[in-house]
Each structure stands twice: as C-alpha cells, then as structure tokens.
Design a protein around this ligand. Structure first.
Ligand SMILES: [Zn+2]
Length: 408
C-alpha cells in the first residue's frame, strides 16, 4: 500500500490534535514529547490547526529560566460536528463541539416496515434539524456530518452498497442526504466508527494495535493496526461477525451458517435464551433491546437462567475473540456497543475467562481486554470524528481540492 507524504502529514495532524484534545492546554514542546515528532514539525502542524480555528492560543507558561512557552488548547466553540448513527431499530443524531462534548441529541425510532431509504433520510433530516434548533446553532457553523450505516459502504462515493437488515442495495445515501443537509458529509459503518472513537477518545488512544469488538444487533471488529484504522482494499476489513464459528451451525442472513454473529449478536443471544429456557419471562418476543436489558438486569440479580445465557454467549465470544488475539496480536481488545454496555463487567469477566482457554499464551499475555470507557454512543462519536478528520484532511489545501474531501 502506497503511503504518500500527504498521508503521513495528515496522520501527524490527527496525532497532534488528538493529543491537544486529550491534554489542553499544552505547549508545542509537550506535544513533541508526547507524539515523538520534532518541535519544528509540531510547530508547523499547530500553525495549520490555528489557521483552521480548530485550536486557539491560550497564554504562556514559564519554562524554568527559558523563554515562556506558548500554550494552545482545543477551540471548543470554533465550530460543531454532527454524528449520525443509523442502526437497525433507531436513528440517533448527536451534535458536538470541537472538544467532542455533546451539545444536543435526538433520536427517532424506525419500525421494520419503515426502512426505505427515503424514510430513513427523512428521519435523519428531522433529527439533524432538532439538534441544531435545540443547541441554538446555525447550520453555517457545522464543519461536517459523519454518517454510520451498518453493512458494506463505499466511503468515496457515499453509497451504502449492502445493508442486510434493511435489504438496501447500492443506495446513494449521501446524495439523498445532501438534499436536506448542507455541510460536508462523510459515510462509513459502525465498525469503523467505534474503532475511530476508541482511537481518538477511548481505550485505543496511544496504542498502535487494537481491536474494537462491536457487540450490537450485528457483530464485527474494528481494526486499528499500525496506529490507524485498517480498512482493507474495499473498506470491508473486520467482518469478523461473519467468520465461521460452528460448521453447519445456525443460518445467518449473510447466507452462510454458523457465523460468530448468529451466536453473539442480540438476536443470537435471544436464541441462546430460547434454547436454554423456552418459556422464560426474560424473553421479549421480537424486541432485542428489551430482552438484552431484562437479561442484563437478571444477571446482576444472580438469576441462574440469565447467568447460564451469559456464560453460554461468552463461550462463543471468547473463542471468537481468541481468534482476533491470535491473528492481530493487539495491545488492547475493547468490547464496545450497546450489548457490551448493557451487560458490563459480568460479560467482561466471562469473556476474559473464555479467551484464556482458547488464545495462545504469548499474544494473550500482551493483550488487555477492557470495556469501552466511552460514556456516550460510540457510533455517533466516531461518526462525528470522521467529519473532524475530513476537516483536518482539508488543512493546507486549496478551495477546489477541499470541496472533494466531503460530499456537498
Ligand atoms: Zn454471516
């Protein structure tokens, strides 16, 4: 893969802004020490970030007898970013300032018969209007909006190529959205959104190699390799949920059998419960969220059926996560998304025990398995980060070039 000097410059720009967001206010010297870049390189990058108004000068600090050092901080009020999480059962939109604090959020439910592209786009437009009104922000201050949609996406053309749960094929999503939203738009999927969120703000920050395991309705792995998100040749890397865990196992909507997702995604967990206890009152027919919430509550109360389901699910997850540990030798494995958040520590404990039974000793010893520390929706946060990265890519380029970085 060809890495141009522009790619390296962009990666350095990400790294410097990430560090400023993590440790504002800070000096160019501290940034150089934290990132391993030279003070001269940092000074150039800081100049670009100042030009973009993403950061601001905030005074000086004494430096033991030397010249006072200029301090910079993230310019929280310099603009806003929008993150859109299109999930199977809801559309969630969050508005962020440039320090990635949530200014406003809105959510619309989508019913199964309510998933034609025009309907979903309508929900997004309504929710975006609601967050802008709630925060009292004009559209002109929005630097960009990132959109996460499950399945296969072409981020260059803004097309949702295949979203299995909605049976979408080649939907020109960003083009449809651009009729309602005037800022630059960026498209990717939840695996990449969760990986970027952890890389910038969560458990993967400062780590070169990390795996972000996304446990929701669908299941997948966001891969951070060599300090950046790994996308593969057609932006499809990380479809771990559709690797085969059980030969001739449960039928998966992808057409295969025995996929990891069919045992560990929310519908798979419902099936695990149904097999163990067909008449369980924890089972809410047709409602994944209610069933997972009921199970998680019952686990905390020590209910033996719920604990049995948790252990059973963690056995499958542990075997799958051990594969990821053996394949990628990561420093950290992060359990993310709403199913992981619902079960919390009990799931983490069971998964750690199961991974220990399956992974090779050496890569296992180098890996920490943790829950995502991100307190808000990591998909919205990651989607907004795509927009922030888009604004950073445009730094130091001409206007004509800038227009092509996001789709208007
Ligand atoms: Zn599958």
């Amino acid at each position: 893969m060809k890495r141009t000097s522009r790619d390296i410059r962009t990666a350095n720009r990400y790294q410097v802004l990430r560090q400023i967001i993590a440790a504002s206010p800070t000096s160019r010297q501290e940034l150089a020490a934290a990132t391993g870049l030279s003070v001269a390189t940092v000074a150039t990058l800081v100049g670009e970030l100042l030009d973009l108004a993403l950061i601001t000068e905030v005074g000086f600090e004494d430096s033991a007898g030397g010249r006072p050092r200029g301090l910079v901080a993230v310019n929280a009020s310099g603009g806003t970013l929008i993150g859109v999480d299109l999930a199977e059962t809801y559309v969630r939109v969050e508005l962020f300032d440039l320090a990635l604090n949530v200014l406003a959020r809105a959510q619309e439910s989508t019913r199964p018969g309510d998933s034609r592209p025009e309907q979903v786009v309508g929900h997004v437009a309504t929710a975006v209007g609601a967050v802008l009104a709630r925060a009292g922000v004009e559209g002109a201050r929005v630097l960009g909006a990132g959109v996460s949609v499950p399945g296969q996406v072409d981020r260059d053309t803004g097309v949702a190529e295949y979203a299995p749960n909605w049976d979408w094929h080649d939907v020109p999503l960003l083009e449809l959205l651009s009729g309602h939203i005037s800022c630059p738009l960026y498209l990717d999927n939840p695996l990449r959104a969760c990986a970027v969120a952890e890389l910038w703000f969560g458990a993967a920050r400062g780590h070169g190699d990390a795996v972000v395991v996304n446990l929701g309705t669908g299941v997948g792995a966001g891969l951070v390799l060599g300090g950046g998100v790994h996308r593969g040749v057609s932006n499809s890397a990380g479809e771990w949920g559709h690797t085969t865990l059980v030969l001739d196992g449960r039928a998966c909507h992808c057409g295969n059998r025995g996929c990891v997702e069919t045992y560990t995604g929310a519908p798979g967990i419902m099936l695990n419960l149904r097999e163990l206890s067909p008449d369980s009152p924890l089972l809410h027919d047709g409602d994944q969220t209610a069933t997972v919430d009921a199970l998680a509550g019952a686990v905390r109360a020590g209910d033996p059926v719920a604990l049995g389901v948790l252990r059973h699910t963690a056995r499958y997850l542990g075997a799958g996560v051990a594969d990821l540990v053996n394949l990628f030798n990561p420093e950290v494995v992060v359990l993310s998304s709403w199913v992981a958040a619902a079960f919390g520590e009990p799931l983490l404990d069971e998964v750690r025990a199961a991974v220990t039974r399956h992974a090779l000793r050496r890569p296992l010893a180098a890996t920490r398995i943790v829950l995502s520390p991100i307190p808000t929706d990591p998909v919205c946060l990651g989607a907004a980060t795509f927009a922030l990265e888009g604004a950073l890519r445009s730094a130091g380029r001409g206007g004509a070039d800038r227009a092509t970085t996001g789709r208007r």
